[in-house]
Design a protein around this ligand. Structure first.
Ligand code: URA
Length: 247
């Protein structure tokens, strides 16, 4: 749950709300390694490391990192008001308050990173780091050279032109084209909308790579913890390389 920083500090019994505000203004408080001097910012103490005068406050959960092979027909949000199955239902033994890093559509399969490390999540999703995601799309409709060129150079969507993408044709599967698409933007339903913009329908979509991570032999619906070396690479991609060793 997100709360104002001064409320978190006072709630942890360190100081009154007023004194906590003074501590923030004086530069004595940092969140995820960065000093925060504004009073209005809100954070979730379970997801972010809040340090006052060099000491972490409260009880923070151990950071955990899972790679999930999401099946079709489940939501990639943490919970659903309508009681539909979510990706977190696939990790029943994980007690930490984890979240998916970004979203995959209900019917999209494949690689989804799940963690309670809010700083890593923010870095990986921040547009400035241009973290790459690769999708395998099974597409109905002929893909001419012109259409491939448009997909590569940018197509007009209602929320603006897409950035250049890497697009590679793979051998056909029956009457469907198979295309590998690598993008670094993270717009809603982006790959499906890109193909729709060139008159093609995506009938199956799978994310096969994210931020250098690959599914390997991981079966659909299964998950595993990241290795130390995978995590180190993710931190570097998310601009956190210099924070290695602080954790
Ligand atoms: N693009 C889509 O269209 N759907 C996804 O789930 C991910 C990327």
């Amino acid at each position: 749950m997100e709360e104002r920083l001064q409320k978190i500090i006072s709630g942890a019994g360190i100081a009154s709300r007023r004194a906590a505000e003074q501590m923030i203004l004086a530069g004595r408080v940092s969140v995820d390694g960065r000093v925060v001097t504004e009073l209005g910012t809100k954070w979730d103490a379970a997801l972010h490391e809040i340090v006052v005068d060099g000491r972490p406050i409260g009880r923070q959960e151990r950071r955990v990192y899972f790679l999930l092979n999401k099946p079709k027909g489940c939501l990639s949000s943490a919970k659903d008001d309508r009681g539909r199955k979510t990706v977190l239902d696939l990790l029943p033994e994980v007690r930490a308050r984890v979240y998916p890093v970004g979203r995959l559509d209900y019917q999209t399969e494949g690689l989804l990173l799940i963690t309670n490390d809010g700083a890593l999540m923010q870095g990986l999703l921040h547009p400035k780091y241009e973290v790459e995601k690769t999708y395998l799309a099974e597409v109905d409709g002929a893909l001419t050279e012109d259409k491939l060129k448009m997909l590569r150079e940018g197509v007009p969507l209602e929320d603006g032109m897409t950035a250049p993408a890497k697009v590679r044709m793979l051998p056909e599967k029956g009457r469907f084209s198979q295309v590998e698409v690598t993008i670094h933007e993270g717009r809603n339903r982006q790959v499906r909308r890109m193909f729709a913009a060139v008159g093609c329908d995506v009938r199956r979509l799978e994310r096969v790579r994210f931020a250098g991570l690959e599914l390997g032999e991981l079966a659909r619906g299964r998950h595993r913890e990241l290795t130390e070396s995978e995590l180190a690479k993710l931190r570097a991609l998310a601009g956190m390389a210099d924070e290695e060793g602080k954790r």
